[in-house]
Design a protein around this ligand. Structure first.
Ligand SMILES: [Zn+2]
Length: 257
């Protein structure tokens, strides 16, 4: 694998990132690219434009197509997604209230799901996007991205982020510069901060104890945005950190150098 300073690691699997070459930078304006209807991040590296494509965990392995506008001309670029089998995790939960939702909690969850889905698909064009992230907290990596989880033997959404085991009150830092998209309290994710890094790259920090930022605020890389905790559905204090690219939850470790 070729190491690039400004590109994340490529990994053409569900939950990974495809880096698709578009055009030489010399003599061409910045291309635009789309995966279906969702705009895709385009950046340059070593005089070459690349589309950096987030691949959702439910992406079907096989051939995929990216649509690009290069110098006013529509072009198609093919890329291949390889299968990946993530490990399974079985969890027993005693608090059934967090497994089988009451009507009130289900209504709340549906409202929040809609809002969260909107943040994940947020698109704000930016001249530059910093793709080299720092880990948002210093702590043991206690759960990796992609784990296929079962709560009381019922299949649940796979683990779409990574967990850092940190004590309550640990400072949580912005992985890169950006703008706070939202700082809200959710049923499952607890107190959560979303940061928009531009061009469809969003980070999400969950189960926080205290917010240190507000929606709309600009943040620097490494700025303390919150204190960690265990709000929402958390069996112990930890920071859940997710990275979203063109609406897809991808493996955050691909961005950490
Ligand atoms: Zn987690």
């Amino acid at each position: 694998m070729v190491a690039h300073a400004s590109l994340p690691q490529s990994s053409n699997v569900p939950g990974g990132i495809a880096i698709v070459p578009l055009e030489n930078v010399i003599g061409s304006g910045k291309p635009q690219a789309w995966l279906g209807k969702q705009p895709v991040l385009v950046t340059s590296d070593h005089n070459q434009w690349f589309a950096v494509v987030g691949l959702a965990l439910d992406t079907a392995p096989g051939a995929h197509e990216l649509r690009a506008d290069i110098g006013g001309e529509t072009q198609l670029r093919q890329f291949t997604v390889h299968p990946k089998k993530y490990p399974e995790q079985h969890i027993k939960l005693k608090d059934k209230g967090k497994v089988e939702l009451s009507a009130t909690n289900l209504a709340r969850f549906k409202r929040e799901f809609k809002a969260i889905t909107g943040y994940k698909h947020h698109w704000q064009a930016a001249p530059q996007t910093d793709l080299a992230f720092i880990l948002p907290a210093k702590g043991r990596l206690s759960s990796r991205f992609g784990l296929r989880r079962f709560f009381n033997d019922k299949p649940r959404a796979p683990h779409a982020g990574l967990d850092l085991a940190v004590a309550r009150g640990t400072p949580v830092e912005a992985s890169a510069a950006g703008t706070v998209l939202a700082a809200d309290d959710y049923f499952f994710n607890g107190k959560t901060v979303f940061i928009d890094h531009g061009n469809g790259l969003i980070t999400m920090y969950c189960h926080l104890d205290k917010f240190k930022v507000k929606a709309g605020q600009a943040v620097r890389k490494g700025q303390v945005i919150a204190l960690s905790g265990m709000t929402g559905r958390a069996t112990g204090p930890h920071l859940h950190w997710s990275v979203i690219l063109n609406g897809a939850m991808v493996d955050p470790e691909l961005f950490v150098q």
